[in-house]
Design a protein around this ligand. Structure first.
Ligand SMILES: NC(=O)c1ccc[n+]([C@@H]2O[C@H](COP(=O)([O-])OP(=O)(O)OC[C@H]3O[C@@H](n4cnc5c(N)ncnc54)[C@H](O)[C@@H]3O)[C@@H](O)[C@H]2O)c1
Ligand SMILES: O=P(O)(O)OC[C@H]1O[C@H](O[C@H]2[C@H](O)[C@@H](O)[C@@H](O)O[C@@H]2CO)[C@H](O)[C@@H](O)[C@@H]1O
Ligand SMILES: [Mn+2]
Length: 442
């Protein structure tokens, strides 16, 4: 069987060790000859890389391992680019969350003004990585889960429409695992779903088991009572209090349209007042992640480096991330497996903007994806999606054209923002905070 070469772009990510261990757990179906890390922060990446180097030497010495900040070394001779960069790192995430909260507006990583600010930073970073891949390994595929995936996907549609990039999010994967658990199934792979929306903005409309039995009534019973919380014990390795609350809040999101099952992220658009009331403007999710996951992952890395061994190191495979191997296998082995991808609509949602990047089920094989038509969607979802897709498109246009006006319009149009005045105040603060990252807006 062919052995593959992969580069992890964003080698210094908190998710990198979990992904490496997950890759090692799946070598029987996705054999690997080389793993490379690439990052533009040499110091941060070195800590994760040195620890993974020790782990790999002890567990899979046959795999060649390198890490670098040199794009040519990183992107030459690779089959897959696994991209999870965070342009601006947690320091900028913290500002994305705290600046809107200062004005009483939702402060979130990918939703509302913070998500748009993050988008304005990510576009250039992701396009740069795509350029490196196309220059040094033109036959490679990029599996991108860098956020905010909706804006990154729209930017790649506009700027690199022919690139071999698949944009995917793990939130639906996690939620499908929870729903499978509610129905007593072993895995989400025993379900066949219909789903439509934008990234972090979608709904399941149908869910069947392999025999064609409708699973929606059973799932709805759980979601109406407790959101996704019923399934947490079995499906999550670790869950912070803020995520637990998000999974519970889905109960109220579901009540707004009990014909569908919503993505967790809709709470930021449907209950922004609740979210703001329950946010601490001095201590947001970025602080929770810096004090939690980042300390834990970097602490474990430093311990491995000091001891010179990864034995009892606290590294764990990210089991949810096995979808990345599924996706790579779909391309490498033409498995024709179904995935929810973020792709150009072009009629798949019949009554929606054909140029929108929508999240829908697709069949993936060696030549890329084929979309599964979702038909016409209800007025409620259509209305919400039209507003949000305009926000995302205006943001990408603002980046391309360097337009202050369009960025102001994007923030004003976000359902999380109450007025153009508030939008302008937030934008002016965001411009100041992002002066090292955003294009100049005029
Ligand atoms: N779509 C999904 O389902 C999903 C799930 C989890 C995380 N994510 C995303 O994965 C990414 C990483 O998350 P994290 O919390 O581990 O962040 P992190 O800050 O720990 O890691 C990101 C890394 O990217 C590097 N980086 C930043 N800009 C870069 C550039 N231009 N080129 C190369 N490297 C660059 C940083 O130096 C850092 O080491 C984020 O975009 C996050 O939103 C996506
Ligand atoms: O606040 P964070 O950094 O913990 O998470 C933000 C990301 O949340 C989603 O990914 C979750 C995933 O759904 C869950 O199952 C588990 O694996 O953790 C992931 C990261 O915490 C979301 O899909 C991502 O886009 C966000 O970046
Ligand atoms: Mn996501």
């Amino acid at each position: 069987m062919k052995k593959f070469s992969v580069v992890i772009a964003g080698g210094g990510s908190t998710f990198t060790p979990g992904i490496v261990l997950m890759l090692l757990d799946n070598l029987d179906r996705f054999p690997i000859r080389s793993i490379k890390f690439y990052d533009n922060d040499a110091k941060r990446q070195k800590i994760v890389a040195k620890a993974c180097e020790i782990y790999l030497k002890e567990h899979a010495p046959e795999i060649e391992f390198t890490y670098t900040t040199d794009p040519q070394r990183a992107f030459s001779d690779v089959d897959f680019v696994l991209a999870h960069i965070r342009v601006g790192k947690y320091a900028m995430r913290e500002l994305d969350e705290k600046i809107p909260l200062k004005y009483g507006v939702v402060g979130q990583e990918t939703c509302g003004p913070g998500g748009l600010a993050y988008g304005m930073r990510s576009i250039g970073g992701v396009i740069e990585i795509l350029n490196y891949m196309e220059e040094y390994s033109p036959n490679a595929w990029m599996l991108n889960y860098s956020n905010p995936a909706a804006i990154v996907a729209e930017a790649t549609r506009r700027l690199r429409p022919d690139s071999k990039i698949l944009n995917i999010c793990d939130m639906p994967i996690d939620l499908e695992e929870k729903m499978a658990d509610m129905c007593g199934l072993k895995s989400r792979k025993e379900m066949q779903v219909s789903y439509y929306g934008l990234n972090h903005f979608g709904w399941w409309s149908e869910i069947y088991d392999k025999d064609g039995k409708d699973l929606m009534p059973e799932i709805k019973e759980h979601v109406a009572a407790n959101g996704f919380a019923d399934a947490i014990a079995k499906t999550d390795q670790h869950v912070d209090q803020s995520w637990l609350e998000t999974f519970q809040k889905v109960r109220d999101v579901y009540a707004v349209d009990p014909t569908t099952i919503p993505n967790t992220y809709l709470k930021y658009y449907l209950f922004p007042d609740y979210v703001v009331e329950h946010s601490n403007p001095e201590y947001t999710r970025a602080n929770e992640v810096m004090d939690g996951r980042e300390k834990q992952v970097f602490g474990a890395c430093k311990e491995i480096i000091e001891k010179g061994t990864s034995k009892e190191c606290g590294f764990e495979p990210d089991v949810h991330a096995s979808y990345i191997v599924d996706l790579a296998c779909a391309i490498a082995k033409n498995t024709q497996e179904r995935f929810l991808l973020i792709v150009p609509n072009e009629g798949a949602i019949e009554n929606f903007d054909p140029s929108a990047m929508v999240e829908i089920p697709c069949v993936v094989g060696s030549n890329g994806y084929e979309k599964i038509v979702q038909g016409a969607i209800p007025r409620f979802q259509k209305g919400l999606m039209e507003q949000q897709v305009a926000v995302e498109k205006l943001t990408v246009e603002a980046w391309i054209e360097g337009s202050y006006q369009k960025m102001w319009q994007a923030i004003t149009l976000s359902k999380t923002v109450s007025s153009a005045k508030v939008a302008k105040d937030i934008l002016d603060d965001l411009i100041e905070a992002n002066k090292d990252y955003w294009p100049k807006l005029s």
